[in-house]
Design a protein around this ligand. Structure first.
Ligand code: A2P
Length: 340
């Protein structure tokens, strides 16, 4: 069988990689429709040697579509996902709009593919920082996950293509004039802006009433849902760093039983799509430029906590636009095809 696919947000940082990933995976496609806002009408995007036109998305765009991959923000998803489902499409949504909806599976294919069995037309792709954390934590489930303390080092591409362009411009401005006037970091919609070039900002997305950012609470709530551990303790700090592609995470996990680094390394090595890079004596460990362009998750710096044999420390890295978004979404689509 081959499928009629639509990509909503096809001109964006994630959408472009969705199109590239469909091509790279040789996904069974009968037709591919590229959708964005009216700003992009008239643009074309290459797919399998052809230049495909980008169309303005309307509800009727989803007529005759089997699978629609969405990455155009939560508001756009809320408008179009019900319309697409009404017209018979299955939506794989990369936005946060439906992730915590109890009727919507929140899927990392290496971790909880069984939840795809009873979807109701919308499937949610988790937050980028959550996905790579899940791939690593799933490998260590048997030891009893109790408490996850995590600090992230997140690439600007998680904020979209504009942020990638803005960081490059800040670096160029610094070289040309020695000053930086940031207009979009840490968040375009707020009044206060700080340089992101040569700087680290402990704010990803907006602050909530509890003093945590939305990104931090996604790590808490999405992890609990995906791992099916509603009481898992998660202590998150999400930080934006001047990296273009690839999120890194420093993770400390307390387990119900003591776990040695050797045992953890063996479990990580057996896990699907997880690559262990952990040879400190040869300076081998994961970093964002190692993950860039790949669909894998990388783990290293695996150590026991000095004070607590129940706690392991490690460092996890993945390409936030690929495993953290486009590739995870295409993997979900591949799982749907397997089940069809
Ligand atoms: P456009 O390029 O026409 O603005 P990014 O995350 O890199 O900023 O990309 C966001 C994607 O979502 C882009 O493809 C953008 O299209 C698309 N998008 C944003 N708002 C809408 C909308 N109202 N309708 C359709 N697509 C949208």
């Amino acid at each position: 069988a081959s499928y009629r696919i639509a990509v909503l947000g096809a001109t964006g940082a994630v959408g472009r990689r969705m199109v590239e990933t469909l091509e790279r995976r040789n996904f069974p496609i009968e037709s591919l429709k590229l959708l964005a806002s009216e700003r992009s009408a008239g643009q074309t995007i290459a797919f399998r040697g052809e230049q495909l036109p980008v169309e303005r998305a309307t509800a009727d765009s989803f007529e005759g579509i089997d699978i629609a991959l969405f990455s155009a923000g939560a508001t756009t998803s809320q408008i179009f996902a019900p319309e697409a489902v009404k017209r018979g499409a299955v939506v794989v949504d990369n936005s946060s709009a439906y992730r915590m909806d109890p009727n919507v599976p929140l899927v990392v294919p290496e971790v909880n593919p069984h939840t795809l069995d009873d979807h109701q037309g919308i499937i949610a792709n988790p937050n980028c920082s959550t996905i790579q954390l899940m791939v690593a934590l799933h490998a260590l489930r048997e030891f009893g996950l109790e408490h996850v303390t995590i600090s992230t080092y997140q690439a600007v591409s998680g904020m979209g293509q504009k942020a990638v362009d803005a960081l490059r411009e800040e670096v160029a401005a610094w070289q040309a004039t020695g000053t930086i006037a940031s207009t979009i970091f840490p968040l375009a919609s707020q009044d206060a802006h700080y340089p992101q070039a040569f700087n680290v900002l402990p704010q990803c997305d907006i602050f909530l009433d509890n003093g945590y950012t939305k990104e931090e609470m996604k790590l808490v709530n999405e992890s609990r849902k995906i791992l099916e551990l509603p009481d898992l303790k998660v202590s998150p700090t999400a930080v934006r760093v001047p990296v273009l592609y690839g999120h890194a995470e420093s993770v400390a996990v307390r387990f119900a039983t003591p776990v040695t680094p050797d045992i953890a390394r063996a479990r990580f090595a057996q896990a699907e799509n997880l690559v262990v890079v952990d040879e400190p004596s040869a300076a081998k460990y994961p970093h964002p430029q190692m993950a860039e362009g790949t669909g894998d998750t990388f783990v290293g710096r695996i150590r026991q906590d000095l004070a607590d044999p129940h706690t392991l420390l490690f460092f996890v890295v993945a390409d936030n636009l690929l495993k953290g978004a486009a590739w995870n979404a295409v993997q979900i689509a591949e799982e749907l095809v397997k089940r069809a």
